[in-house]
Design a protein around this ligand. Structure first.
Ligand SMILES: C[S@@+](CC[C@H](N)C(=O)[O-])C[C@H]1O[C@@H](n2cnc3c(N)ncnc32)[C@H](O)[C@@H]1O
Length: 625
């Protein structure tokens, strides 16, 4: 039993110390402020859900914590004058506390609260009573009272449970930075071994960063054992739009860039009739045919970078944005080593062992580093940027967690050298060592989403051409020269919200190309009806593959072993019973499920058991590989 006494101001006095020696909330805050300032600011924390998600504060958190503290003061959450003075009676107090716990366990929270209060009035020195009543108040959503209970116990003796309750109260009040301070303390006191404290911390962080992004949508981001995950916040129907998202940074993939010109900043198609028909064909057409095409093809004006001419934009606005965001560091006319990057992207990447693929090009990594440099500059840094300046500049990329088997950088040493040369030649130098390269590579690889404009200039042309088509030689000739759809515009982008979607081999949402505020982005739609609270899953790979191939791909590219519903109820091959894992006798393979051809059973009984257990939910005629 503790030997503290409650002071009239609500603080708890420890041993013989005076009330003046107990720390007030603002003093406590001062202490945390210095902790916040000195904590490491690692934007590259590796991904392994709870254990690997950093609790590092964000730059500027100390000031935000001060604002939140002022808010708390203003809303009297620290009002101390509230307890009845009674004569001490520890025995009676213990009885009251016992009654309170029984009442609480049977759901009579209001009554329980009365008895916790009595227990405290009879013996305010027992820390557990404070924690129990704080919890009861929190359950009743009496946040003011719950918080007051928490701060009534001096922080030096405040039990972990109270740090957690305080953190939850602050989170419920939307005071996320202070909540993180309290929950960080709970984690530190338990040396990172309190799972609940770690989880509460990450949940608070998710509220802080994702609630603004999901406002007005039918989804919510939460923290799970797989890290961020997106859930339905209401029942949704098949086909319903769930949310739209725009990329934080993007770049066209190399293959697409060679085949289909697009605005390098916003991905709008810049394909002209000459690009599509080919200059030779176009020149050979007669005047009337050219006029038909000209009339039907939408007007395409492109604005190249005036310095290097290697980038094209759909508007001056896009050109200015791109310049500010990254091109000012990457334009080869200003930074000559960047020419090698452009040459590499223009040449094609097949010889690079699949490191750059249909989803992303090295350009997106270069743009991330360049954008970080821009952000450092925008901070108005004089001289060498400090660790805090870098942390601030890297902030938008901190949320994209990436984790993979190391060693990729060894396979593409050429690209590391190109990047190092570029970023050693910038006004503020950015050190790209192997670790930075590798981590950034995984960050992009694990989070990148391909996208493009849902409608390109060619679609508009075809629609207009058919609308205005007349019988006759000239229209016939133009139609003859049309060689089907041009190659897609494909960009790889990092999306703040969309990248929170986890994978399932049986997805329940579709990520589709769509316009967001007039620019290409992604639209996420329900593929089927989903109940409130259901997790949303996309798919990261070609799911027509068999389970062993799917798992191998996911492990190699995303570093996780898939345990989705489909993987749970499919097998690897005919030599093992998918249900009971019995081995088949040599030359007597087990029978396959006749519908999905992805599960094998030793007996009809095993098949029935598996069907009921969950195979029926995922059994369908999958396209074969
Ligand atoms: C695009 S992120 C998805 C959001 C992720 N949970 C996060 O917190 O950043 C991809 C990463 O999420 C994790 N992940 C996604 N789906 C998963 C699954 N079905 N099982 C385990 N981990 C998964 C993997 O670590 C993967 O590299």
């Amino acid at each position: 039993m503790a030997t503290e006494t409650k002071m009239s101001n609500g603080d708890v006095k420890k041993g013989g110390k005076s009330a003046e020696e107990t720390m007030s909330m603002s003093e406590l805050l001062e202490k945390f402020k210095s902790e916040l300032e000195s904590a490491g600011q690692d934007d590259n924390a590796e991904f392994n859900a709870l254990r690997l998600c950093s609790q590092d504060p964000y730059p500027g958190d100390a000031e935000k914590a001060e604002e939140e503290e002022a808010w708390l003061q203003e809303h009297s959450y620290t009002d101390p004058a509230w307890m009845m003075e009674r004569e001490r009676d520890p025995t009676a107090a213990a009885m009251e506390a016992e009654v309170a716990q029984v009442l609480r366990d049977t759901g009579s929270h209001e009554k329980a609260l009365e008895h916790f209060t009595l227990a405290l009035e009879l013996d305010p020195g027992v820390l557990d009573y404070w924690a129990l009543r704080a919890q009861a108040n929190f359950t009743m959503k009496n946040y003011r009272e719950a918080f007051r209970d928490c701060i009534s116990v001096h922080k030096d003796i405040r039990p972990v449970a109270m740090w957690k309750i305080g953190g939850r109260v602050l989170s419920s009040l939307g005071q996320y930075v202070l909540s993180e301070v309290w929950l960080r303390r709970a984690s530190r006191l338990t040396e990172g071994n309190d799972y609940e404290a770690l989880l509460l911390f990450q949940q608070t962080r998710i509220h802080r960063f994702y609630d603004p992004l999901t406002e007005g949508t039918s989804v919510q981001v939460r923290f799970t054992k797989y890290g961020r995950a997106v859930f339905c916040s209401e029942d949704v129907e098949e086909g319903q739009e769930l949310f739209r998202d725009t990329p934080v940074i993007s770049a066209q993939t190399d293959d697409s860039a060679r085949a289909h010109p697009a605005c390098s900043h916003c991905a709008v198609s810049l394909l002209t009739a000459e690009d599509y028909f080919g200059l030779d064909t176009f020149r050979k057409m007669n005047k009337a045919q050219k006029a038909i095409i000209k009339k039907a093809w939408p007007k395409v004006t492109s604005y190249p970078c005036p310095h290097c001419k290697r980038e094209k934009y759909c508007s001056l606005e896009c050109r200015t944005h791109a310049w500010r965001q990254h091109h000012c560091h990457l334009c080869p006319s200003i930074n000559p080593p960047a020419a090698k990057l452009y040459d590499f992207c223009a040449k094609g990447t097949t010889q690079e062992k699949g490191m750059w693929n249909s989803m992303f090009s090295p350009m997106i990594m270069a743009r991330i580093w360049a954008n970080i440099l821009t952000r450092v500059k925008e901070l108005g840094v004089k001289g060498e940027p400090t660790k805090d300046d870098w942390a601030r500049a890297k902030e938008p990329y901190r949320r994209f967690l990436g984790f993979g088997v190391s060693g990729f950088v060894k396979q593409i040493p050429k690209m590391l050298k190109i990047m190092q040369a570029i970023f050693q030649n910038t006004e503020i130098k950015y050190k790209i060592d192997e670790l930075e390269f590798e981590r950034r590579y995984y960050q992009v690889a694990c989070n990148v989403q391909s996208f493009g404009p849902p409608c390109v200039t060619w679609h508009e042309f075809v629609a207009e051409f058919h609308r205005t088509s007349r019988p006759g030689e000239n229209h016939r000739r133009v139609a003859q020269e049309m060689r089907g759809e041009p190659k897609d515009v494909t960009f790889g982008g990092l999306y703040a919200l969309q990248s929170s979607l986890n994978h399932s081999c049986d997805k329940n949402v579709d990520v589709m190309d769509g316009m967001v505020d007039g620019k290409p982005g992604v639209v996420i739609r329900a593929k089927q009806g989903i109940k409130k609270g259901g997790e949303l899953y996309t798919t990261y790979i070609d799911t027509s593959m068999q389970r062993p191939q799917r798992r191998a791909w996911l492990y190699r590219a995303y570093h996780f072993w898939c345990e989705c519903e489909r993987c749970k109820f499919e097998g690897d091959d005919c030599s093992i019973c998918t249900q009971c894992e019995k081995k088949a006798p040599k030359d007597e393979p087990f029978s396959v499920c006749s519908r999905c051809h992805r599960a094998w059973y030793c007996t009809p009984k095993c098949q029935k058991v598996a069907w009921k257990a969950g195979h029926k939910k995922i059994c369908k005629a999958w396209p074969s590989t």
